[in-house]
Ligand binder design. Structure first.
Ligand code: ASP
Ligand code: MG
Length: 401
């Protein structure tokens, strides 16, 4: 079999952990498999590198930032190769460039265009364990790019797709995908299986397990992923097209996202084109908007509220203020102390009353809902940030007790 294994930063944080992971890789290899390993930077390395850059220049060019950030993964792969060498195993480390990861030029958030992987194949033919630096690639100018925070997952899925790997295993510090963050919610349950669509929602809604682009890519190329622990050797969670839902669970998970701001545009004229003008101003500024609510304001006006990521909130206000005359609103207000709490489950398509259960749980905990949005397989509510952890726990109790 050809197996792609990805280990996250916490799994390779220090020498002891690298040696332990080397043991996992060695076992896979010695069972007779071809093994490709994608690694993240050790522990907090990427954050530390960002801090180092900030000491020198508060606003460095993105090209130079990528040049710097890509070094973190290079440390991991070379150290892992040394660990395997010391066990007498043949291993070779490759940068994203050497492994053929071609990306566009969106530094800091580059998309993979193709993975040529010739070098990877020829190293596998020599029966070597191939260690690839995740999170990085190269653009048409031969410059180093990075794929966005958490991007090593996407590197792993991309190389698994190109090599048509039999398995793509994402090793992490928890045992799989849980119904809620197991570090925060007592009684959180590990799922045996979850669908791509559910995982995509959870990943986009704030669950930190997988990079959401990795899930999109896995779905597109039908790569079955397994999320599992690098510490305990037992089955993790399979991410696939159709998941068996043994217990007929109503929902698969609850996620919380604190990186949300609520913006209210107050006193927008109640006339055709008003919403268009508000959101045109935002899209011209490349700001993506999430939950939207329009409600009646005073004197034949509307109030339009929406959420953006917290990092975009200043830019959103600036864009609106700039377009104030053409839109004709009264004022804009921002609240950064909000969180989005969401439930996700493919079961929602077939059973009713799921949203009601969620709202009941929030009512019982006296938590006020500021906004609501729904899709086929999710319900999200906006609540005060201080209420968010309680909201997750009480909703979890409602569904899983
Ligand atoms: N080291 C990078 C980050 O921290 C990529 C990754 O870990 O997946 O975002
Ligand atoms: Mg990660």
């Amino acid at each position: 079999m050809l197996i792609v294994q990805k280990f996250g930063g916490s799994s390779v944080a220090d020498a002891a952990k690298i040696k332990r992971v080397a043991g996992v890789i060695a076992d896979t290899y010695l069972e007779g498999n071809d093994v490709v390993v994608v690694l993240s930077a050790q522990g907090d390395t990427t954050d530390d590198l960002l801090a180092k850059a900030a000491e020198i220049n508060r606003n460095p060019s993105k090209r130079e930032l990528d040049m710097l950030l890509a070094t973190g993964e290079q440390i991991s792969i070379s150290l892992m190769a040394m660990a395997l060498e010391s066990m007498g195993l043949p291993a070779v480390s490759l940068t994203g460039w050497q492994a053929g990861f071609k990306t566009n030029s969106d530094y800091g958030n580059a998309r993979i265009l193709e993975v040529t992987a010739e070098r990877v194949r020829s190293e596998l033919d020599k029966r070597r364990i191939v260690l690839i630096a995740g999170f990085q690639g190269i653009n048409k100018y031969d410059d180093i790019t990075t794929l966005g925070r958490g991007g090593s997952d996407t590197s792993a899925v991309a190389v698994a797709a190109v090599l048509r790997a039999d398995k793509c295993q994402i090793y992490t510090d928890v045992e799989g995908v849980y119904t809620a963050d197991p570090r925060k919610v007592e009684g959180a349950v590990k799922l045996d299986e979850i669908t791509y669509d559910e995982m995509l929602e959870l990943a986009s809604l704030g669950a930190q397990v997988l990079h959401n682009r990795s899930v999109m890519m896995a779905k597109k190329y039908s790569i079955e992923l397994e999320v599992l622990s690098s510490y305990v050797r037992k089955p993790g969670t399979k991410v696939k097209e159709v998941a068996k839902n043994v217990e007929q669970m109503k929902i698969s998970g609850i996620a919380k996202d604190n990186n949300v701001a609520r913006i209210a545009v107050v006193g927008v004229p109640d006339e055709p084109g008003a919403a268009f003008k508000v959101f045109r101003a935002l899209s011209n500024a490349h700001i993506s908007v999430d939950i939207i609510l329009q409600s009646l304001g005073k004197n034949h006006t509307n109030d339009i509220s929406f959420t953006v990521t917290e990092n975009d909130s200043d830019a959103a206000v600036a864009a609106l203020e700039q377009a104030k005359d053409s839109i004709g609103f009264e004022h804009v207000s921002v609240d950064n102390h909000v969180s989005k709490v969401s439930i996700v489950g493919a079961g929602m398509m077939t059973s009713s009353g799921i949203a009601t259960l969620m709202f009941e749980a929030l009512y019982e905990a006296s938590i006020n809902i500021q906004m609501i949005s729904t899709s086929e397989i999710k319900v999200s509510v906006l609540v005060a940030e201080d209420d968010a952890d309680l909201a997750v726990r009480t909703i979890h109790n409602k569904f899983f007790k």
